[in-house]
Design a protein around this ligand. Structure first.
Ligand code: HEM
Length: 156
């Protein structure tokens, strides 16, 4: 089950990235072209948030109870979390950065429901989604990263 959940966590990365790029593009063009806020925009933002929340739940499981979980894994003797690039990444940098990114995505979706002008909704959401996208891109364990790299697709 652990492996299946990790595979799902890996795959959902692509769902989030596609939806988040779409949310960034839609909020930017809406803002710049003075478009009226539509239900299509709201749904794209909503699906982005839902995908990120599912990934968050799977991530929380990995963080605490996974192969390198804080509660289930014992680091080799003499290896501290902060001094090991691997443990620092998976037990600190990746989870914390992603939680912040998911918070920003949630706030981005929240602008859809705020009593703001359409231009302000788009502008605010654009900034939040773009920041979340950058955070995710810099903290995904891409295969080319030393020590922490993981495959682009599960089981590769
Ligand atoms: C946008 C959000 C996220 C994305 C795109 C993402 C992406 C990934 C990817 C691609 C992997 C490698 C999977 C593999 O080895 O096949 C991974 C591993 C991991 N992620 Fe995330 N993640 C996200 C959020 C989170 C969050 C919020 C947490 C914790 C609260 C988390 C905790 C972990 C842990 C602990 C691992 C390593 C698990 C292991 O190797 O056993 N992730 N993540």
């Amino acid at each position: 089950m652990q492996t299946g959940l990790l595979h799902l966590h890996n795959l959902l990365r692509w769902v989030i990235l596609v939806l988040l790029v779409l949310s960034v593009v839609k909020s930017y063009t809406g803002w710049k072209h003075g478009r009226a806020f539509s239900d299509g925009d709201r749904k794209t933002w909503l699906f982005t948030m839902i995908a990120s929340h599912i990934t968050l739940l799977l991530g929380l499981y990995q963080w605490f109870a996974g192969r390198f979980g804080l509660l289930t894994h014992e680091r080799p003797e003499g290896v501290s979390m902060m001094k090991s690039a691997f443990y620092r990444f998976y037990q600190m940098e990746h989870p914390v950065t992603m939680i912040v990114a998911i918070l920003l995505i949630t706030l981005g979706y929240g602008t859809a429901k705020k009593p703001l002008s359409d231009a302000d909704k788009y502008k605010k959401a654009f900034r939040l989604f773009l920041t979340a996208l950058i955070l995710i891109l810099i903290r995904v364990p891409w295969p080319f990263l030393q020590d922490v790299g993981r495959p682009l697709f599960p089981g590769m």
